[in-house]
Design a protein around this ligand. Structure first.
Ligand code: SF4
Length: 340
């Protein structure tokens, strides 16, 4: 088997706060192959964004402890010095943020902000970088790109700013693209256009993509593989087909059950997962999902869910003490009929 583009092994990320240590990511392992898209799904605070900021080396080393391995193309990132990480960012790894306004400076033209990383990482002249910028803006669907490159971010619509961010992320042809909720702030039509654009560009550039979202509908459209995160750990992973067609973890069932459905009657109510995600200052013992889980009474061995943390074993797996038969039967008989 070929070496994965990105290999994360037993990653732990914790922050010191005034109230104690927050264990934001806990024993997380996953791989991403070249040219594939991994969707990471979970509620706020599940650790999905922290994981990816750590991959990019954007955590504050004064307050953050990182343990484990992050191998990008075989290169260990957790121990790489900042100048080395700086070289990788924008060149080998790029990120698209949810809100382009926070990533784009209001003081410089859009074109200048896209051209600069290209000059820096490729030693290109100003003229070459500008030509490449205009070409990239055209590729991401900005009309009249030569002219629009001279505009400032506030002169772009939200959808156009996100397209410009994508152009900026892809201009150096990165091996790994991390997209953190890139379409959440956009209306549905523009969202669909941006997702299509990302898929087309992935075909052209062959990048591996990590796509972070809380929206399983978006993931269904974008990802080859899915990892579901809860309270800092992966609780389920598999191909998109496996996770969406035969989900095995009670938390994934809850996420699916809380998704709005286009075919439901007007006024049909969503069924949110009861309770709230736990504080990572003092996470629950045993299975971290147990305070919200309706199925713990079905697990053999009284109290096991509150005392014993279920591991996540293989590529297609869910971290839950229910047996494989129980997971299958509960999903088919109790969950699937509710999903419609
Ligand atoms: Fe629910 Fe227990 Fe499975 Fe955790 S291990 S998801 S509490 S049944």
């Amino acid at each position: 088997m070929s070496t994965p583009l990105l290999s994360v092994r037993d990653l732990h990320v914790s922050f010191k706060t005034e109230d104690g240590v927050v264990r934001a990511v806990d024993r997380l392992s996953f791989d991403l192959e070249r040219g594939r898209t991994l969707g990471i799904v979970g509620e706020s605070g599940s650790g999905k964004s922290v994981t990816n900021l750590t991959v990019l080396g954007l955590h504050n080393p004064m307050f953050t402890t990182v343990e484990g391995e992050i191998l990008l193309d075989g290169q260990e990132l957790t121990t790489a010095p900042e100048p080395e990480l700086e070289k990788l960012r924008g060149n080998k790894v790029a990120m698209i943020f949810q809100d382009p306004l926070t990533a784009l400076s209001p003081y410089y033209t859009v074109g200048r902000q896209i051209a600069e990383p290209y000059m820096k990482h490729n030693g290109a002249s100003k003229k070459e970088a500008w030509e490449r910028t205009v070409e990239m803006l055209g590729k991401v669907g900005i009309p009249n790109p030569g002219q629009r490159a001279k505009d400032y971010p506030h002169q772009f619509s939200g959808g156009m700013r996100q397209r410009a961010m994508i152009a900026m992320a892809l201009i150096c042809d990165p091996d790994l693209l991390i997209a953190d909720e890139p379409t959440t702030a956009l209306d549905v039509t523009v969202q669909a256009q941006i997702l299509d654009l990302l898929k087309d560009l992935q075909q052209e550039f062959g990048s591996g993509i990590i796509f972070i979202t809380h929206d399983l509908g978006v993931i269904a459209d974008m990802a080859d593989d899915i990892m579901v995160m809860y309270a800092g750990s992966a609780v389920e992973r598999g191909t998109t087909e496996q996770v969406l067609r035969s989900p095995q973890h009670p938390y994934t069932w809850g996420l699916l059950n809380s998704m709005p459905r286009l075919d439901s009657d007007t006024g049909a109510r969503l069924s949110p997962i009861p309770g709230t995600p736990p504080s990572l200052l003092n996470p629950p013992s045993g299975c971290r999902f147990h305070p919200r889980c309706a199925f713990q009474g079905r697990v053999a061995g009284a109290g096991r869910c509150t005392t014993e943390r279920p591991p996540l074993a293989t590529d297609r797996a869910s971290a839950c003490h229910l047996t494989a038969d129980q997971k299958r039967t509960i999903f088919i008989e109790e969950i699937k009929p509710r999903l419609g």
